[in-house]
Design a protein around this ligand. Structure first.
Ligand code: TNX
Length: 634
């Protein structure tokens, strides 16, 4: 008798849902003898797969070149008859069965998407950072898969609160698992400028010193990245098949630039009189580390303005992997700059972007009266309004100007907004804004909308994708970011990937629930929203044995998001006819963090020798029991 890990091999629970998946009898089992076979151009993806699978399995999983043998995993780069040319950029075909597991794709990106699906076809405990007992079986499946949209983004605001490159890399690990392919980095705003720009050291020396003040502080700690830091993040993203779009907001949201350069009269790249960059509401300008918006603007009439932006755009564009450069363009009140001056600013700035070989991207206001976005420019629509509401005009104006559109309506995609409040109020208080969702925005809001039918007159002819934006006025560290991002961004990943006809919320929820175990095991914080039927998932400890007739200690591991220890009951059937309760241990939830995985322990002194299966059963109110059978070791 062998242990059966949870996440039953029978129903693969994959997010985003693949375009097509057929399940057959039997399955593929990963063992200590499995190789990962890949050609010369797929070695990096093969190495990534091995790295994903080694910690939980403890298997060596060597990467070998050549075709591989029976029972191996094969990554095949080449023509795939089941994908059309339009599907080939990121598509893949996956076959699993007793004879082996193969992923075929026409691009490395397609293979990478395929290995993310492999992870989710395996039992959830594959995400454990420590060795867990298998078997590691994938049901026999045939998957043909490719994305609905070519742009599937995650935006992170490192301006309102500084984040380290390490934090951003960790988030790249986490969001690329859901097949997102774009990291939009908001690197400049009123409260901070975060990347060193050669020739303008004050931008970061002065502009990088603070972050939005929280908990009654005027200012939280700041920081900035060197250009090497930025390159490292771009390279790390590229290794996860994500491209990086830098955003330097303009002509507003740039008080940090103004504060840095306003007095920089000695700078040889300026004309000695940089006061003329400031067209904001305050003269002279002053720091404001609150979340106030709409008070700053740089002047379109100032040559110094464009000397600064040209240096920023030129240097960031050269280091960025995306075809896009995001110029912002949001929230400039007409009392600060008239529409004519706003348009004049952007019409002067956009050629600086195209001169660097990049395509202009901006918030949808960029499409307003008087602007002349170059052909193919991208508007990011963030207004909550839908249908033919007057506030949807910017999306239609963008389409009318021939722009492509990334859909990011705040009430369906903004990751900085609060979740739906529970009976005890906001979870958690202080974290998150509520301007676009009075009652909070939860998983259902992120899932239940159609980017191609959201604004009347704007269809999938215009829409190139979706983006989830984590603004950071209230969000300070990795744990708080994760809490707001997950699980909502997973819902959005399916909106961006899966055809509209293959999506339904009821079918999505169990697949999302299965991600709770994966996030828990990976140590990714998330909000265990009551909207999701989170489940109990059990796995056997790798080493349960009787010493001198006695078993004493950890017998199993439990993932139980949102379930406190006090409401869990454990029964251990020792296999000799006796049963006893078990002990549950772990770190409890806080208002901003999910509970850790739990360990289950127990003890039994056997009276006669034998080789017995131990069975652990875990119950909690309102949830199906979890059961794991543990064969003896040693
Ligand atoms: C609006 S969305 C903004 C940001 C804020 C965000 C907070 C957009 C283009 N501008 O400056 O951070 O709301 O949710």
């Amino acid at each position: 008798m062998s242990s059966s890990p949870p996440a039953s091999a029978a129903t693969p629970l994959v997010v985003p849902r693949p375009v097509s998946m057929t399940v057959g009898p039997g399955g593929f089992t990963l063992t200590g003898q499995t190789h990962i076979a890949a050609g010369p151009r797929s070695q990096a993806v093969a190495a990534a797969l091995a790295a994903y699978l080694r910690p939980a399995t403890g298997f060596p999983l060597p990467v070998v070149s050549g075709p591989g043998g029976g029972g191996d995993i094969r990554l095949e780069l080449g023509e795939t008859s089941e994908l059309t040319p339009g599907q080939a950029a990121e598509g893949y075909v996956l076959d699993a069965g007793p004879e082996g597991l193969s992923v075929a794709a026409e691009t490395e990106h397609g293979l990478f998407n395929g290995i993310q699906t492999i992870r989710q076809l395996l039992p959830a405990w594959i995400e454990s950072r420590t060795t867990v007992r298998g078997p590691w079986t994938i049901p026999s499946v045939h998957v043909v898969d490719h994305p609905r949209y070519g742009y599937r983004g995650f935006m992170l605001d490192i301006a309102r609160h500084f984040q380290t490159p390490g934090t951003v890399m960790r988030l790249i690990d986490e969001v690329s698992a859901y097949k997102l392919n774009t990291l939009h980095l908001h690197v400049s705003d009123d409260q901070g400028f975060r990347i060193v720009i050669d020739g303008f050291p004050k931008l970061t020396d002065i502009g990088g010193q603070g972050s939005v003040g929280t908990d009654g502080r005027t200012m939280d700690p700041g920081g900035f990245w060197t250009q090497q830091d930025y390159r490292d993040v771009v390279a790390y993203a590229a290794a996860h098949f994500m491209s990086v779009v830098p955003e330097v907001d303009s002509p507003g949201h740039n008080n940090a630039i103004i504060m840095s350069e306003y007095d920089d009269s000695a700078n040889k790249l300026l004309d000695g009189h940089p006061h003329d960059i400031n067209c904001g509401a305050h003269d002279p300008p002053q720091w404001n580390f609150t979340g106030d918006v709409g008070h700053s603007a740089m002047c379109p009439e100032s040559e110094n303005t464009f000397a600064i932006y040209d240096a920023i755009i030129t240097q960031l564009a050269a280091m960025s992997s995306s075809p896009y450069f995001h110029v912002g363009g949001d929230e400039v009140p007409s009392t600060v700059l008239s529409q004519d001056r706003y348009a004049a600013f952007l019409n002067a700035e956009m050629p600086l972007v195209t001169a660097q070989g990049k395509t202009v991207m901006g918030w949808a206001e960029l499409a307003g009266p008087g602007t002349e976005p170059p052909a193919g420019s991208v508007a990011e629509y963030w207004n909550p309004a839908s249908g033919d509401h007057p506030d949807t005009a910017s999306a239609r104006e963008a389409a009318a100007k021939g722009m492509k559109i990334v859909m990011a309506p705040a009430n369906h995609t903004y990751l900085d907004l609060k979740y739906v409040a529970g009976p005890d109020g906001d979870v958690p208080p202080g974290l998150g804004l509520s301007w676009a969702c009075e009652l909070g925005c939860d998983v259902d809001d992120f899932y239940d909308w159609d980017p191609g039918g959201y604004v009347t007159g704007v269809t999938d002819q215009d829409v190139i994708g979706v983006e989830g934006a984590l603004w950071s006025e209230t969000v300070r560290d990795l744990s708080e970011i994760q809490y707001l991002v997950f699980p909502r961004l997973i819902a959005l990943s399916e909106v961006g990937w899966t055809p509209e006809s293959a999506r339904d919320y009821a079918g999505f929820l169990p697949r999302l629930a299965a991600q709770g175990t994966r996030l828990t095991l990976a140590g990714t914080n998330f909000h265990p929203t009551p909207q999701v039927p989170w489940r109990l998932d059990l796995a056997a400890s790798p080493d349960v044995r009787a010493v001198h007739g006695e078993v004493d200690g950890t017998v199993a591991f439990l993932s139980a998001p949102g379930v406190p220890v006090a409401s869990i009951t454990v029964s251990i059937d020792w296999g000799d006819g006796s049963t006893s309760p078990g002990t549950v241990d772990g770190t409890p939830a806080t208002p901003t963090s999910v509970n850790s995985p739990y360990t289950i322990s127990g003890s039994r002194r056997y009276t006669s020798p034998g080789v017995l299966d131990v069975t652990v059963t875990v119950s909690a109110p309102g949830l199906p029991d979890a059961v794991v059978r543990i064969p003896p070791t040693g």
